[in-house]
Design a binder for this molecule. Structure first.
Ligand code: NDP
Length: 328
């Protein structure tokens, strides 16, 4: 019987265990396309799955990893044939469906998109869910009618994965980007990605007043909690904040004041169940608009056996930029 190497999360009476082990091909889940994975990546959610810090994993055993790039090995789906280069982000991969930290996956073909032209497999995973979500946030702000002439854009959790890509994308689109971070020592890194100003995240750690001095017209928030509450209270009249994350907490201790007195909008962004047409638009725009040198500057690469350690570090807020996981 054939086996492949994977990170496996198992549940025991004592809690969850996680390690690298051989997985039986017969245990691959239902799907019409089998993919040989070349690279995956590390997102905050993967860290939550690896550490068990939040109930991301919905079945055991589970192979974590929400993103992959690879080559189709077998397919009964008319859209894909052996040899095609494909990308998968989300759809429950690594949560309900055996995921990407594995040499092999079997998935539904309608979850896959072709590797966008102009991106290498490594670059696609340097972008990963984090980068594609940053683009979804920018698209949400644009759909709301916001343009750089309306005022600055704030990015919270700026040194993190979503934050780093959001800084680079917004700056490239002409926004005056204010990067909020708890790591002021990374100011040069953020300026290199295009940030015009650095803001210490301690400004957002306390309770928010209902309204505060107007500072930005747009924002990408990866942190939630008091950070998002303060960011909303400091938004300009008619501004909007795209909220995608909870790195600082799931709560939102705000008032209705920014919404009803300043016409501020809170735009929710989900990447996991986003329709295929939206994904393809986001990926094609990233391929065209994200500066490849900036992507390289925010990316590091690790082998599969270091992903457990890196998963712990990401939930502690210690990962800078994006981490690609090399699988084959
Ligand atoms: P990272 O860990 O790479 O980035 C998160 C950043 O948030 C950190 O680098 C840090 O930035 C900041 N941060 C961490 N802890 C705290 C804290 N306690 N208080 C304030 N700031 C904090 O994660 P990702 O970029 O992968 O993901 C960011 C968030 O977005 C996560 O919550 C993730 O779940 C969410 N997400 C949601 C998606 C969706 O579909 N909605 C898709 C992708 C991600 P700094 O050091 O600069 O302060």
């Amino acid at each position: 019987m054939s086996t492949f190497k994977a990170v496996a999360i198992d549940k025991t009476e004592a809690g969850q265990t996680v390690g690298i082990r051989a997985f039986d091909e017969a245990d691959l889940m239902d799907g019409d396309v089998t993919v040989r994975v070349s690279h995956s990546t590390l997102n905050y959610k993967d860290g939550l799955a690896i550490t068990g810090k939040a109930p991301v994993v919905r079945r055991f055993p589970m192979i974590p990893g929400v993103d992959l790039v690879g080559t189709v090995e077998a397919s009964s789906n008319p859209e894909f044939k052996p040899g095609d280069a494909v990308v998968l982000n989300g759809w429950g991969l690594g949560e309900t469906h055996l995921g990407a930290y594995a040499e092999k996956v079997r998935v539904r073909g309608d979850w896959l998109i072709p590797l966008p032209q102009g991106l290498s497999p490594l670059q696609a995973m340097a972008i990963g869910t984090a980068g594609y979500t940053a683009m979804l946030c920018m698209m949400a702000l644009e759909r709301h009618g916001l343009r750089p002439d309306r005022g600055p854009a704030i990015v919270t959790g700026a040194v993190g994965g979503v934050g780093s890509v959001a800084v680079a994308l917004l700056a490239k689109a002409g926004w005056h980007v204010i990067a909020s971070t708890g790591r002021p020592e990374e100011a040069d890194y953020l300026k290199g990605l295009g940030a015009a100003e650095i803001l210490d995240r301690s400004e957002f750690s306390g309770p928010s007043r209902p309204l505060a001095k107007e500072r930005w017209a747009a924002g990408v928030d990866t942190v939630g909690s008091t950070t998002l509450a303060n960011v909303l209270a400091m938004s300009k009249y008619g501004g909007a904040i795209a909220a995608c994350g909870l790195a600082g907490g799931m709560d939102l201790p705000t008032t209705v004041a920014p919404f009803i007195l300043r016409n501020v909008a809170l735009l929710g962004v989900d990447s996991v169940m986003a329709p295929k047409s939206v994904r393809i638009e986001a990926w094609n725009r990233i391929a065209r608009e994200l500066d490849h040198d900036k992507l390289a500057a925010m990316t590091s690469t690790i082998p599969l056996d270091q992903v457990l350690e890196a998963g712990k570090r990401i939930v502690e807020g210690k990962i800078k930029g994006r981490v690609v996981v090399e699988i084959a």
